[in-house]
Design a protein around this ligand. Structure first.
Ligand SMILES: [Zn+2]
Ligand SMILES: [Zn+2]
Length: 356
């Protein structure tokens, strides 16, 4: 089974070719189909901002490392129990959660599946011809969601989890830093949640415009404008009740504390370099301003709601760039160029499979 994988550890942007990481297509053995499993023929798998971090060895350095956790596809086989207990059928269009939570460990029993003690034991790459998942990971797509849009279910679940962690109240003022896919989806989710003065902070004009087309009220170019000054202007001098970082950029993180309102919440909703430390004056930000700082690792309990939200979200700009599986290396180069809002890999041509 052909699978896109990291074949050499290293920074994918390294100018020194000897040190640069590499992406290739390798052949992995088919995964066994257990009684509770579902085999999915993958239609689309999207490249995530976190994938290049995997190439740097963030979660391990034994190559090849199979990639792909944002995918859609069509069911081609069902284990006996998955068939009788889920209502899923061969031919159903699905997407899902790449993580399988064990359900047995203490965190799983305690409403904290994101800390499942077996979370790293089960990693089945989805940027592949097929993937076999446990039935608990699989969700049937709504009729009006195409396979192309369906691969955004997982990033949408991250936007939902970010929204959960903001503990937003309707009417709260909200800023989203970063106009990549997670920032765009988070802004749209916050908009539906009752955000006001919704402001996107993003250096790339096309991304600012995309956010403005889909619900943002204001946009700040942090490279060209005084971010703090604009934030004060937009919020009547108070700062934002909710600030979300979806940029993952260490340069952006510090300034976000200053645009938060007293009592505000700052969600660092991205993946950061493992050696980066944020300078934080506890007296100013936690004592005097009572800020709540939090983050998002993965998104348990968010998939059913992400599935409900997906038909309402504007995502056409995120799914226009598509590469075939065999050109995965080119797809990653396109992702790294920053010229595409998001890059998809077509693993099989299944566009003709209609809604059931
Ligand atoms: Zn992702
Ligand atoms: Zn567990």
């Amino acid at each position: 089974m052909r699978t896109v994988a990291v074949t050499k550890i290293g920074n994918l942007r390294d100018t020194d070719e000897g040190r640069r990481g590499r992406i290739g297509v390798v052949d992995f053995p088919d995964q066994p189909l257990g009684a509770e499993d579902v085999r999915v023929r993958v239609a689309y798998a999207a490249i995530c901002g976190s994938d290049p971090h995997l190439a740097e060895g963030f979660f391990g350095t034994d190559v090849p490392i199979g990639l792909g956790h944002e995918l859609s596809g069509v069911i081609e086989a069902l284990g006996e129990d998955a068939a009788s207990r889920t209502g899923l059928r061969i031919g159903d269009r699905v997407a899902g959660n790449f993580l399988k939570f064990c359900g047995i460990c203490r965190p799983c029993r305690d409403g904290r599946q994101q800390f499942c003690e077996r979370i790293h034991d089960y990693n089945r790459p989805g940027m592949a011809e097929t993937v076999t998942w446990h039935a608990s990971q699989v969700y049937e797509l709504p009729e009006d969601v195409s396979l192309r849009k369906g691969c955004l279910l997982e990033p949408t679940s991250v936007a939902v989890r970010i929204a959960d962690k903001t503990r937003i109240r309707p009417g709260d003022t909200v800023a989203v830093c970063g106009g990549g896919p997670i920032g765009q989806l988070a802004a749209q989710v916050m908009c539906r949640y009752g955000a006001t003065s919704l402001t996107v902070i993003e250096p790339v004009a096309a991304r600012r415009e995309m956010a403005l087309r889909h619900g943002a009220d204001h946009a700040i170019d942090p490279t060209d404008e005084d971010q703090l000054e604009r934030a004060r202007e937009v919020t009547g001098g108070r700062g934002f009740d909710v600030v979300i970082d979806a940029s993952g950029s260490p340069r952006a993180t510090r300034g976000l504390l200053d645009i938060a309102a007293y009592g505000g919440t700052v969600v660092y909703g991205a993946m950061y370099p493992s050696d980066y430390e944020l300078p934080l004056n506890l007296s100013d930000y936690l004592y005097l301003r009572e800020l709540t700082l939090t983050g998002v690792f993965v998104s348990p309990y968010a998939f059913p709601r992400a599935l409900n939200l997906l038909p309402y979200l504007f995502t056409d700009e995120l799914t226009t760039t598509v590469y075939p599986l065999e050109d995965a290396a080119d797809a990653f180069a396109a992702h790294l160029s920053g010229n595409h809002p998001k890059v998809l890999i077509r693993c099989n041509n299944l566009d003709d499979v209609g809604a059931a």
